[in-house]
Design a protein around this ligand. Structure first.
Ligand code: HXC
Length: 520
């Protein structure tokens, strides 16, 4: 009888202690959090993982710091909830910072809990998902907080390419704290409630006398549109979490696995006759490359990454025949799809992610060349453009290229041409694979002849026409084998499905090395 009582007592103690941890920073703080349109760490985890699947670890850990009264404070879970759960049945490791406990600030134990979650994810080969909402280094803990960040960055970097890492920014992220998300594969931000910056508005004002709001300095829109730090912009916490769930569905658990197949009733041999008309006959007219992508992929479902950044390049995930693929496409609708610094960076980062995690690449080409001018040259277009050449050559996943229209000069080479390692290059009849556009070429090659002609205008037009007939088509390239086949656009989906099927068992052993030296 006495034993039962003792057991009961222990159970009650456990329940009371757990309940204290579960109440986070208390009702008032939770209300304040909700008033800002934000959810608590636990509400966010409930939304993220399958019902009943979350198992929390280290809930009783607490700070060892005695400074500034920290030893007297109740800091439930030390401001971060950590554990494992499942998303659509697949295992994930999760940590969610809790702003209701001392502003989600990161002290030594808070960092140890995160590091433990990262270790668990890496050792088990499962994705690690971070939900950030924090005032940064816990000021009272000084160097212990800074070293805590060091632990986290180290693990972010060591996990890179082994397991997918996703950061969801749902509140402030300040100072060096921004570097953990920056080291992960994808950053999702909310429009209103999230910020990321190295130094806040007060410091900016002190040092530079610049007046800037939190949102202007590092809000969700800024990082999606201008800096490219974030890949997705969501309306609120719920939408941000849904974005992470969908994103995860396109990737495997780790670098040794393949992405799970998607379910679709869309037949792979579906023809689409309208694909013949998407690209305008006039090579200088714009069109939306996403109209082509939607006609090719399963159910027209394209999950775009970096939608608001460097819009002259489109990247994102889709499926063909249920197989997850990464798509990289020049966007004729923006700046004629020209390659510039930001487009090169955007595509390179995406390609590397896909290659890390065995996701085949489909490249759709319509590119007039590299962006000229001092702004680009001084900004290092040579260095940034080189990334694209590097990552395409480095990638060992199946690589299929479809040339839709222009494929000019160095940009033709850069957009995964045959000799940059494409396994298969297809071209539409509208493709123009040439050193440059016909008018530019005629101006250079026949400059003297045109200048001295009786009727320079007529001769220029004639020479342009001749050059077009000779080179502005896919057939010269097909004769050389640089293009493997010229296809009727209506058959694109079927042809791609067949090729990716064959390339499923592709193995491309890499020369032995420690790692390459990408032109960063
Ligand atoms: C300790 C902190 C804290 C921090 C916030 N709090 N940030 N406690 N360390 N870094 C506490 C507040 O004292 C407050 O406690 C509670 O969290 C909520 O904060 P509020 O200021 O009331 O909230 P809000 O008005 O929404 O403002 C949020 C904020 C602001 C913009 C994040 O708190 C802020 O500016 N904090 C400091 C940010 C910062 O400078 N962090 C250090 C960055 S440097 P009470 O008890 O009153 O509720 C850094 C270096 C990392 O992180 C280096 C890595 C290499």
């Amino acid at each position: 009888m006495e034993e039962i009582d003792a057991g009961q007592k222990r159970r009650l103690e456990l329940e009371a202690k757990s309940a204290a941890v579960r109440k986070l920073g208390g009702e008032q703080k939770i209300e304040a959090q909700h008033a800002k349109g934000k959810l608590t760490a636990r509400e966010r985890i409930d939304l993220l993982v399958d019902k009943g699947s979350f198992v929390e670890y280290d809930q009783f850990m607490k700070t060892r710091s005695v400074y500034y009264g920290l030893d007297k404070m109740e800091l439930p879970a030390d401001g971060v909830v950590t554990g494992v759960g499942r998303i659509a049945g697949r295992k994930v490791a999760v940590y969610a910072q809790d702003f209701t406990v001392l502003g989600g600030s990161l002290g030594e134990v808070h960092a140890l809990k995160i590091a433990r979650t990262q270790d668990l994810a890496l050792q088990s080969g499962i994705p690690c998902i971070a939900m950030l909402d924090s005032g940064g280094a816990r000021i009272q803990e000084g160097i212990d907080s800074l070293d805590g960040y060091g632990r986290i960055f180290f693990r972010n970097s060591r996990s890179s390419g082994v397991i997918p890492q996703i950061s969801i920014i749902l509140g402030p992220t300040a100072g060096g704290a921004v570097y953990s998300p920056a080291l992960t594969d994808f950053v999702i931000m909310t429009r209103k409630s999230s910020t990321m910056y190295i130094t806040g508005p007060a410091v900016v004002k002190d040092v530079l006398s610049e007046e800037v709001s939190h949102e202007q300095l590092g809000g969700g829109l800024v990082h999606n549109q201008r800096s490219g730090v974030a890949h997705f912009l969501a309306g609120d916490d719920e939408a941000a979490i849904a974005t992470a769930q969908e994103l995860l569905s396109f990737m495997p658990q780790n670098y040794r696995e393949e992405a799970p197949p998607g379910l679709s009733k869309d037949p792979v041999d579906r023809e689409d006759i309208s694909l013949r008309d998407v690209i305008p006959a006039d090579a200088n007219k714009p069109y939306d490359v996403k109209d082509i992508i939607a006609r090719i992929v399963d159910d027209g479902n394209f999950f775009e990454v970096h939608r608001l950044y460097a819009q002259n390049m489109v990247v994102g995930f889709a499926r063909i025949g249920g197989r997850s693929i990464g798509i990289i496409a020049n966007q004729a609708k923006f700046m004629a799809g020209v390659l510039d610094i930001n487009a090169s960076d955007k595509a390179s980062r995406f390609i590397r992610f896909c290659d890390c995690f065995n996701i085949p690449l489909l490249t759709l080409v319509d590119v007039p060349g590299y962006m000229p001018g001092t702004a680009q040259e001084y900004g290092g277009i040579i260095r940034h453009g080189a990334k694209l050449l590097y990552v395409y050559s480095e990638a060992t996943v199946p690589k299929v290229t479809v040339i839709l229209r222009k494929a000019y000069g160095g940009a033709y080479v850069g957009m995964c041409s045959k000799y940059l390692g494409a396994d298969m290059v297809l071209a539409y009849p509208s493709a123009e694979v040439a050193v440059m556009g016909a008018s530019g070429a005629a101006e250079i090659v026949f400059a003297r002849e045109i200048k001295s002609a009786d009727d320079p205008t007529a001769l220029r037009a004639q020479r342009i026409q001749e050059y077009k007939e000779q080179f502005s088509n896919p057939y010269r390239a097909a004769e050389r084998g640089s293009v493997d086949d010229v296809i009727d656009p209506k058959d694109t989906r079927y042809r791609l499905a067949r090729i990716f099927d064959v390339l499923d068992t592709k193995r491309d052993p890499f020369p032995g090395k420690k790692h390459g030296n990408i032109p960063l």
